[in-house]
Design a protein around this ligand. Structure first.
Ligand SMILES: Cc1cc2nc3c(=O)[nH]c(=O)nc-3n(C[C@H](O)[C@H](O)[C@H](O)COP(=O)(O)OP(=O)(O)OC[C@H]3O[C@@H](n4cnc5c(N)ncnc54)[C@H](O)[C@@H]3O)c2cc1C
Length: 553
């Protein structure tokens, strides 16, 4: 009896896809069905399940395959929004930054930033602004900002261009691994009883008396269709929101336009310290970050409007593919390179780029007739047939977005009041006093189970590639516990190999595909298909010497 209980308990802890599909089959009706497994959808799944709602989340590809694995990796209030005077948004984000740091200390670390100043007025201007930032964060602040002279600035950021440098301002924000947090949110939701399934696409909506009462979903692996009944259905598909809205109302007006942001990844020698650099004003009036991340630096981002055509039904297959795997434009790479060259002593060349990744922001069109806007940052709308849609916001505010949308969903679904508990809810793997320099720290307490795998088979301690920081045990762990289904899942989102070094990731494909096939009982043709499929995605992350990089016009 005790053995059975232990078995069930350990299954619950793990995120096994077959187990979740069995739970789907065994459930007549869910309270909440969420479409989309990015930051927004996963946050809602955590909120709903931890309130005690019967919850299911459907993700068409992999968790965080969309925008949520392509961010600048900052948990921040947004110094840029402060410059724009958007006080409410900054206050909300700073509060959420503090809550996330408290609830996921294994995943969010304190990151110091230097704003280098080359003009006489900049030190006092940014100094005052960042004191306001500190004050707004209140007791959830990560450390006081500080004015620096030239020597202090260079001590923190030794590769800054010294010519004309007057000083700088030091401030603090949070930093994280976006896809890793997404997986831990999926696991948190699963730990609280939610069904979460990747590679399960919402294909249509079910209706009763003209009200949405469920989702028709299709499993990408066996094409099996499911009719999933739910009291409330939430569309959390980010840049794909319009296509779900069309399933509800074929005449629905498109609300989303898209803007692309890219990042370049370099070796850490171009930063030479653990302090990030924030360039406060680019030529297009944005900010640019150079941030240390997994022993590399990521530099970005851009803001390039992209159009995939307003008619979601007639969108060309290529456009759809580009929405799922956006590709950096040559002008964007040139823009980031030109700006970083203005600020660094030792400049990286195009050949130094280890990886280029792009993401799309869903922007709600300003002339849209959206029914309600909870804040200026995220937008929640409820259609006549009660499909609830949420879009916008940032990774940092996913928890508050989930709380806001769940208040509406509970009311619309006629459920009894259930209190939101996520302000104090630990994220899966919670571990205090994490040492962010230790191997495998980002797994939190799951690290001990990965070490157990290595004790049983010491070959699992081997690296998957000499230029990548990942070991074989991480692949096995991801297969057994993190719903890792494809080579791309393993190399792009369970590990971040593709973002850290695209060439090395491509070189590890065969090893990882073979390991996965052995563990999953797959044959040679699966291995070949996985290798081909991953390489066709990964080549778009290779540096600019790639002649296939296109211009935006
Ligand atoms: C360049 C860039 C940098 C950013 N940097 C930061 C940052 O540093 N900090 C920060 O706080 N925020 C940042 N953001 C914002 C943040 O990344 C986004 O707000 C967040 O990731 C959006 O998450 P989402 O879940 O709404 O969308 P997504 O992550 O795109 O998730 C939507 C999901 O829906 C799925 N889907 C689509 N159709 C279907 C269907 N039919 N059935 C099932 N599933 C479906 C998709 O596959 C996708 O996984 C950045 C954004 C960009 C673009």
């Amino acid at each position: 009896m005790k053995r059975n209980w232990l078995l069930i308990n350990s299954m619950l802890k793990k995120m096994n896809r077959n187990y979740h599909i069995d739970k789907l089959n065994a459930t007549k009706e869910f309270d909440i069905c969420i479409i989309g497994g990015g930051a927004t959808g996963l946050g809602i799944a955590v909120d709903a399940a931890s309130r005690g709602c019967k919850t299911i989340l459907l993700e068409k590809y992999d968790f965080a395959k969309g925008t949520s694995s392509r961010s600048t990796k900052l948990v921040h209030g947004g110094v840029r929004y402060l410059q724009q005077g958007n006080i409410k948004l900054v206050m909300e984000a700073l509060k959420e930054r503090g809550l996330l740091k408290k609830n996921a200390p294994h995943l969010v670390k304190n990151q110091s930033f230097v704003i280098p100043n080359y003009k006489w007025w900049e030190n006092s201007f940014y100094g005052v602004g960042l004191k306001v930032y500190d004050w707004m964060a209140g007791s959830l602040g990560l450390g006081p900002s500080q004015l620096l002279n030239k020597e202090e600035t260079l001590a923190l950021a030794p590769n800054l261009d010294e010519d004309g440098l007057r000083g700088g301002v030091l401030y603090h924000d949070g930093q994280f691994d976006d896809a890793r947090l997404a997986i831990h949110l999926a696991m948190t939701a699963s730990d609280h009883g939610a069904v979460v399934i990747n590679y399960m696409s919402a294909e249509g909506l079910m209706k009763e008396n003209e009200k949405v009462c469920g989702v028709i979903a299709k499993d990408s692996f066996d094409d099996k269709e499911y009719e999933i009944k739910a009291k409330a259905v939430i569309n959390a598909t980010g840049i794909f929101s319009d296509s779900i809205a069309k399933m509800d109302d074929k005449d629905a007006e498109p609300l989303i336009s898209h803007s692309q942001g890219i990042h370049l990844v370099f070796d850490k020698e171009f930063l030479l310290s653990d302090t990030a650099i924030m360039i406060p004003r680019t030529d297009d009036g944005r900010v640019l970050f150079a941030v240390p991340w997994h022993n590399k630096i990521i530099i970005g981002t851009t803001d390039t409007p992209v159009s995939f055509g307003d008619n979601v039904e007639t969108r060309h297959a290529l456009s759809l593919q580009r929405m799922h795997e956006p590709i950096a434009f040559k002008e964007e790479i040139d823009f980031v390179m030109a700006h970083i060259h203005r600020y660094l002593k030792k400049d990286p060349s195009y050949n130094d780029i280890r990886s280029v990744f792009a993401g799309l922001r869903p922007l709600v069109k300003s002339n849209s007739k959206i029914t309600s806007a909870i804040s200026r940052d995220h937008h929640i709308s409820v259609s006549d047939s009660e499909l609830i849609s949420i879009t916008g916001g940032k990774w940092t505010t996913y928890r508050k977005m989930a709380e806001d949308v769940m208040e509406i969903a509970i009311h619309k679904a006629g459920m009894s009041e259930k209190e939101c508990v996520t302000k104090n809810l630990h994220i899966h793997g919670y571990k205090e006093n994490s040492d962010y320099t230790a191997a495998l720290y980002y797994y939190g307490t799951d690290k001990y189970e990965i070490q157990d795998l290595i004790k049983k088979d010491t070959s699992l301690a081997e690296l998957i590639h000499p230029s990548l920081p990942y070991i074989k045990a991480e692949i096995i762990w991801a297969l057994q516990n993190e719903m890792c289904m494809t080579v791309e899942d393993a190399l792009s989102r369970r590990t971040r190999a593709l973002l850290l070094d695209a060439k090395a990731a491509i070189e590890s494909t065969s090893l990882v595909a073979n390991m996965m096939a052995k563990e999953m009982g797959k044959n040679e043709s699966w291995i070949k298909e996985q290798i081909d499929s991953f390489i066709s995605v990964a080549k778009n992350y290779l540096p600019t010497s790639n002649p296939k990089l296109q211009t935006s016009n």
